[in-house]
Design a protein around this ligand. Structure first.
Ligand SMILES: [Zn+2]
Length: 152
């Protein structure tokens, strides 16, 4: 049986790949019944779209391409705690489960700034809340940012 660690390791690999492709180092992976349904990379520079984060890019592409409106049976693994925009997309798509590695506060420390609203604050406002698993493979997730400079 594949574990959360297995999929999180993959999400972190995707974050590394995004960095190699001159985007910001964030990756996500959508799983249902132990099957990888789609991967998502941060593509803000590739698409010249400052909103093209790994998670919301994945959710939009997957839902529209597969005509899926409800992600309640899916788990999204993401290398970093989702921002307020991506957390909102998780509410609108009714995501069932979220697993992340690097926390919002850790990212704020690395990037120098962040919108200081955690994903759980967003979810707390919604009647539908994904189950959240925090800081999975946290040290491995943090390594992706070594030597990385954010342009903010
Ligand atoms: Zn985001």
């Amino acid at each position: 049986m594949r574990t959360d660690e297995y999929y999180m390791h993959k999400a972190i690999e995707i974050a590394r790949q995004a960095r190699q492709e001159a985007n910001e180092p964030f990756g996500a992976i959508l799983v249902k019944n132990e099957e990888v349904m789609m991967i998502g990379e941060n593509k803000i520079n590739t698409f010249c779209d400052p909103t093209h984060h790994a998670e919301i890019g994945l959710i939009r592409k997957f839902c529209s391409e597969h005509h899926v409106f409800d992600l309640s049976e899916y788990t999204l693994y993401t290398s970093c705690e989702p921002c307020v925009m991506c957390s909102g997309a998780m509410v609108w798509s009714n995501l069932g489960r979220l697993v992340y590695s690097v926390s919002h506060d850790q990212l704020a420390g690395i990037a120098g700034s962040n919108i200081m609203i955690s994903c759980e604050e967003v979810f707390a406002k919604s009647p539908q809340q994904p189950e959240v698993v925090k800081e999975m493979l946290n040290q491995e997730g943090l390594k992706v940012f070594e030597g990385y400079q954010f342009h903010v």
